[in-house]
Design a protein. Structure first.
Length: 184
């Protein structure tokens, strides 16, 4: 069974992002780290499912607002294309990820979980609920109100003398080497 994946559809300059999403079954994000998590919100805002990794630093906030994200995965163990054992798909180099996806697309299912295509199963009730949550909580008016509140807190805060950050703390928080396939 081949996975329904099309590559390079965004390369057509005549196709808008909205048109691409409209014709998609779901949006797939392969990120192992996100700044804001817009891929999750954009999918549901446009009535599509989002398939991707559970990134607690991002998805926890979304779940707290009511998004149902239990279908997101923590890792996808696959056999490395070179045969060097099992690795998390997200930790593979980009060319190796592409090889795995092409194999899945052509029906040559590598060792991907127990049911690789479960990631592509949609739940219309979840999509509708998440679309409603995104429309309510993440609309521009509510976002503006929250941002205004943050700025107001900053304006009302007592000034403090800045201190230097502990470099070890910064490294511990942001440089988790195990999350970077380029450094492994």
């Amino acid at each position: 069974m081949a996975a329904p994946v099309d590559f390079e559809v965004g390369a057509d300059p005549d196709m808008s992002f909205a048109s691409l999403v409209e014709h998609a079954e779901a949006l797939l994000t392969t990120s192992i780290a996100e700044g804001f998590g817009l891929a999750y919100l954009e999918a549901y805002a446009m009535g599509k499912d989002c398939v991707g990794r559970n990134l607690p630093a991002i998805t926890k906030d979304f779940s707290n607002q009511g998004l149902k994200l239990e279908h997101l995965y923590n890792e996808i163990p696959v056999r490395h294309p070179s045969g060097r054992g099992i690795q998390d798909f997200g930790m593979l180099a980009e060319q190796d990820q592409r090889k795995v996806i092409l194999d899945v697309h052509s029906g040559l299912l590598p060792e991907v979980l127990s049911d690789p295509l479960r990631l592509l199963q949609t739940d219309n009730a979840r999509i509708e609920r998440n679309q409603s949550v995104v429309a309510h909580y993440y609309n521009s008016r509510n976002y503006g109100r929250r941002l205004h509140g943050i700025y107001q807190e900053l304006l009302e805060a007592e000034p403090a003398i800045p201190t230097a950050l502990d470099p070890t703390l910064v490294l511990d928080l942001f440089a988790e080497l195990k999350r970077s396939p380029l450094l492994s």
